[in-house]
Design a protein. Sequence first.
Length: 137
Amino acid sequence: MKPISIILALLTLVGCATSTITTEERVQRGVRIAVQTGVIVDLKAHPERRFAYQQASMGLQNLVKEERWDAGAFALALSSTGNNLFTGGNASLILTTVPEFISLVTGDSVDLQETRYVKPAIIGANDGLATALNATK
């Protein structure tokens, strides 16, 4: 993912700092946009990774269906494919940059280990991944 794409996604997610959007909503939107953008770009360059993304998507869907808002389960769902798509490179950049950017712009401290933030992060990642997979059929 190009740095400009990440910056545009982050600007979109945060919106205006004085907005009435909650920090949790910013986390959900930010992770959704970042994952969606990153996966679309990656799949265009590496279509052979589709199966790994589909596996990760199924893991995220299960977490949402079970309402399991656990940071460890979130990480496992993303990495259980045996592929480092979500554990290195752009994905790490996205999942660490979104909370830091929200913290910088709004002053809110965002820790994706907290249930309050891991829930919207899981939902956002699930939505972003599903949208990206549908957009790149």
